[in-house]
Ligand binder design. Structure first.
Ligand SMILES: *Cc1c(COP(=O)(O)O)cnc(C)c1O
Length: 397
């Protein structure tokens, strides 16, 4: 089941049209045909290596999609203009009015709002559940259920989903298991563990530069063909197409992902252990006391650690706000949402990225207002960073 995505990407050769080591960037929205009947044929069926219109496919998006399929070991993939559009298109491709979804309740706030506020407008009902309560998940399945949705490592509490077991449940009832793997590219390969569709917000680790918004859907040829179908495909017809200039720059960044993930993980583990020793409640799946430590250790890929996301409970919102401000002053990083940047980013999810989730739901999830979320950066000397964090925490005790 273990996979080495870094070697797969290493061996993935892309020759530019003039032999460039980086492929040329598609600078066309539309493509010429030498004969009208070829165009007719392309409208009816896909022709390998033949492009029609950039919202459907273009060479730059194809190159990035192919590399992302290598990352997740899926047959195929498609890039989109955001992570949230990748999620929305996937759901709408699988579900119709009257269908139901079972979703983890510890998910990204934007996804939560999409599920809670938008999908019901299309007659799609979402049941939120503690995703590791497998008997509860099973009990919610009925004849209208079409899919199970979760994040590999959940936002923001860093719970790990039991993907092999969820996949067994999904398969036995003919449901699709859709997994958002944004927090753990390379670290975990959900498709190898039985997921049917793997989604990323490329905005985060995969691009790693916090200079653009993008997403992707990795799945079987059959599902990607459905999404791009000219008459019925959600990415084709809702149209979240990624610009080819962005696509090309993300492809270049993907080639350093393995080095970055190692460093993010190493730094996060260091901070988790040190801050844990200071007596704080620390959320990090690479700590032995984390409830799913054994689970994630049993199925994560070798060599990329436990990812770079870390949560610390500092008690109250007020304390949290003071600490965030002083950490920015101490140049530990930036007070900002998002993740996967070179520098450390920190925020208070309870009042930011998870604020879409109402207070009583936040309580059910165990999301205290005083939890600071860190996306730990690529710091060369993490000991120096820790000393600064310690200073900020101590000053405010
Ligand atoms: C950011 C994020 C998304 C949404 O992606 P965008 O690229 O911002 O649209 C979805 N899921 C997770 C886990 C995220 O962190």
């Amino acid at each position: 089941m273990k996979y080495d995505p870094a070697s797969e990407i290493q061996d993935h050769q892309v020759f530019g049209e003039f032999g460039g080591v980086n492929p040329s960037i598609t600078d066309s929205s539309t493509f010429t045909f030498m004969k009208p009947d070829t165009m007719k044929e392309l409208f009816e069926n896909e022709i390998e290596g033949c492009f029609l219109y950039s919202r459907h496919w273009n060479p730059s998006n194809k190159y990035l999609s192919e590399a992302l399929a290598k990352l997740e070991d899926t047959e195929s993939a498609q890039v989109t203009s955001s992570g949230i559009s990748a999620i929305a298109c996937t759901i709408l491709q699988i579900c119709k009015s009257g269908d139901e979804i079972i979703s983890s309740r510890t998910i990204y706030g934007g996804t939560w709002a999409l599920f809670k506020n938008i999908l019901p407008k299309f007659g799609i009902n979402v049941k939120f559940v503690d995703i590791n309560n497998l008997s509860r998940v099973k009990s919610l399945i009925n004849k209208n259920t079409k899919l199970i949705f979760c994040e590999t490592i959940s936002n923001p509490l860093l719970d790990v989903s039991d993907l092999p077991k969820l996949s067994m449940i999904a398969k036995s009832d003919n449901l699709k298991l859709v997994v958002d793997n944004t927090f753990s590219p390379m670290v975990i390969s959900p498709y190898k563990l039985g997921a049917d569709v793997v989604i990323h917000s490329l905005t985060k680790y995969i691009n790693g530069a916090s200079d653009c918004v993008a997403g992707c859907i990795c799945a079987s040829n059959e599902f990607i063909n459905e999404l791009t179908d000219i008459n019925h495909g959600m990415t084709m017809l809702l149209g979240p197409v990624l610009d080819s200039f962005r696509s090309s720059s993300i492809l270049k960044n993907l080639n350093t992902l393995h080095i970055r993930m190692k460093q993010h993980s190493m730094n996060a583990k260091y901070l988790a252990e040190k801050i844990d020793k200071m007596g704080y409640n620390v959320f990090y799946p690479g700590l032995k006391k984390h409830p799913q430590y054994n689970l994630i250790t049993s199925f994560k890929n070798d060599g990329f650690g436990y990812s770079g996301m870390l949560g610390i409970d500092v008690g109250t919102l007020d304390q949290g706000e003071k600490i965030l401000e002083s950490m920015q002053k101490e140049k530990i990083g930036y007070l900002a949402v998002s993740l996967g940047y070179y520098k450390t980013l920190f925020s208070l999810p309870g009042s930011s990225t998870s604020s879409e989730i109402p207070e009583d739901e936040q309580n059910k999830m165990g999301l205290s207002k005083g939890i600071i979320r860190f996306s730990v950066g690529l710091d060369n000397d993490i000991g120096r960073t820790f000393n600064r964090i310690k200073k900020c925490l101590k000053n405010l005790k």
